[in-house]
Write a protein that binds this ligand. Sequence first.
Ligand code: ARG
Length: 458
Amino acid sequence: TSNQMWGGRFSAGPDAIMEAINASIGFDRRMAAQDIAGSRAHAAMLAATGVITDSDAEAIGKGLLTVLSEIETGTFAFSTALEDIHMNVEARLKEIVGEPAGRLHTGRSRNDQVATDFKLWVRDQLDAAETGLIALIRALLGQAEAGAGWVMPGFTHLQTAQPVTWGHHMMAYVEMFGRDLSRVRDARVRMNESPLGAAALAGTSFPIDREMTATALGFDRPAANSLDAVSDRDFALEFLGVASICAIHLSRFAEELVIWSSAQFRFVTLSDRFSTGSSIMPQKKNPDAAELIRAKVGRIFGANTALMMVMKGLPLAYSKDMQEDKEQVFDAADNWMLALAAMEGMVRDMTANRDSLAAAAGSGFSTATDLADWLVRVLGLPFRDAHHVTGSLVAKAEARGCDLPDLTLADMQSVHPDITAGVFDVLGVENSVNSRMSYGGTAPARVREQIARWRQAL
Ligand code: ARG
């Protein structure tokens, strides 16, 4: 038996393999609510424009709500033979309301229908990402406030560079996630045009009102070109692109948390709620959530690459290749939201170990730059010469197995005779961070300004 939706010209039904490769119902059932919202908007518009009767539209609208509740309560019987969510919903509507169901698809195609459903789904995910990002930023602000002035080593090449403050490091991530937030909002604005009414590709001869369905579904306007409207998956690609950049930030922070929670660093203690143990080593407390965030990022990049490869080179308008868009986006969205929530939980719960941070901040000659700056400021040396003199002092301290503040004034003067005792004032880490008062710098006063700006902005 041929397909009841499009089988008019067919005398035989599809091979089982054809059905298996063709069906998307296994995954696109996740768009059921969006599909029904789109159909309800379409039916109401068809009645308002006189294309179908009010009583047909009413029967369709009511019937669709019944279908929705069947799907939500798990009593709906999905059929692979009916290929996708669109035809599953319509076939069931036919069983419930009879003849009017056949009028729903007037002036519409699955091509504009699927683009509409998928856009609505992605738009919901952008909203969820916005909520998740704001929660994560708030958690970071909490950490930054608690330790705005706590000193810790700042790194380049993962080698001790200069002392910074804990608050400054937290606020660096606030900036990154803040840009992600703005990218999420930008993407939402750009994608918010309705494909509904583009029909198969050319538009329709029925006197439809695309403004009306666009408004009903919360879109800003109808998409301007019907060919583009059914061919466009930019919104899904942009979603994955935004997710990928955010995932990079999540993975960098996750990596730092893995390092920082190790026994060798002890910069942070993760909460029991966001750690796991080992089945053999009783002492273990592992940062699994951070490791999984680091790993899930790979899946998000994979989805991004996969969909770009699916879309490249496709001629206009719809091709079935485009059915391969959804699983990638669904998987990336699920893992992005989970990663955001897990990161927020870890950050909210973790304890920064102030003493370990301070001890590490003072090691590794972290104030060597302060010493060189002092030679410039007080003795008037050119910076390059000051750099060289300081390097010699570092070598002296390293040979002796001590830090820069442990050298004597005589040691200092043996490298440069004009050095005075005043130099010792700049070798402390507290002094170092307090002096970094340039805009955006690590001085606690500057960090508190950054925090206040973000508190205001959220
Ligand atoms: N299941 C299809 C998809 O996800 C729906 C659109 C089908 N359109 C078509 N012309 N065959 O893309």
